[in-house]
Ligand binder design. Structure first.
Ligand SMILES: CC(C)(COP(=O)(O)OP(=O)(O)OC[C@H]1O[C@@H](n2cnc3c(N)ncnc32)[C@H](O)[C@@H]1OP(=O)(O)O)[C@@H](O)C(=O)NCCC(=O)NCCS
Length: 143
């Protein structure tokens, strides 16, 4: 997604998607990646608008839920855009053979989510305080 103001790309992000197996159910999950606002245009609300719109776009894509990690200092930024912090949740990236967890040494990540469909909303209480095998592969190792 690109946010364009007067012909200039001011902010951008990617929505990544894959099936997520959790609590005996397979959900269609989306995640945010490469969220960025032009360095000279930060602090003007562009990022807020884009990560808010990304949540609505995930619903338009018929995803069950959105889930991703971010550095802890950005938790408030995403919460203010309608994303929900999942306390003590760890996303496990990489692959089953070569996992890339969000709580590895040197990382200080939190997990954010939004639950869209009735099935996801019903399962939402099972998402905090758990380790979730996302396993997106070797390229986008962790959302
Ligand atoms: C994170 C980023 C996309 C925010 O974009 P932005 O357009 O500056 O954000 P906004 O102007 O909409 O800011 C919204 C709020 O988030 C806060 N915020 C923004 N960046 C922040 C940061 N790095 N740390 C803590 N808070 C931050 C702002 O202070 C603002 O809060 P306020 O409304 O209380 O003043 C931008 O700082 C950026 O591109 N950073 C480098 C890349 C990066 O870290 N991406 C995130 C990957 S998960």
């Amino acid at each position: 997604m690109l946010l364009i103001d007067d012909g200039v790309v001011v902010a951008a992000l990617d929505i990544l998607r894959k099936p997520l197996h959790h609590a005996g159910t397979t959900f269609q999950a989306g995640g945010l990646s490469t969220v960025v606002t032009r360095a000279d245009l930060r602090g003007r609300g562009y990022g807020h608008r884009l990560v808010t719109d990304a949540r609505n776009t995930m619903m338009d894509l018929y995803l069950d839920l959105g889930i991703f990690t971010c550095d802890r200092p950005l938790q408030r930024f995403y919460e203010s855009a309608g994303w929900q912090h999942l306390p003590n949740t760890v996303l496990i990236g990489g692959t089953p053979d070569n996992p890339f967890p969000s709580d590895q040494p040197g990382f200080d990540k939190v997990v954010l989510a939004a639950f869209f469909t009735p099935a996801a909303t019903q399962a939402a209480p099972t998402f905090p305080n758990t380790r979730i095998p996302l396993h997106p592969g070797h390229i986008d190792k962790l959302w």
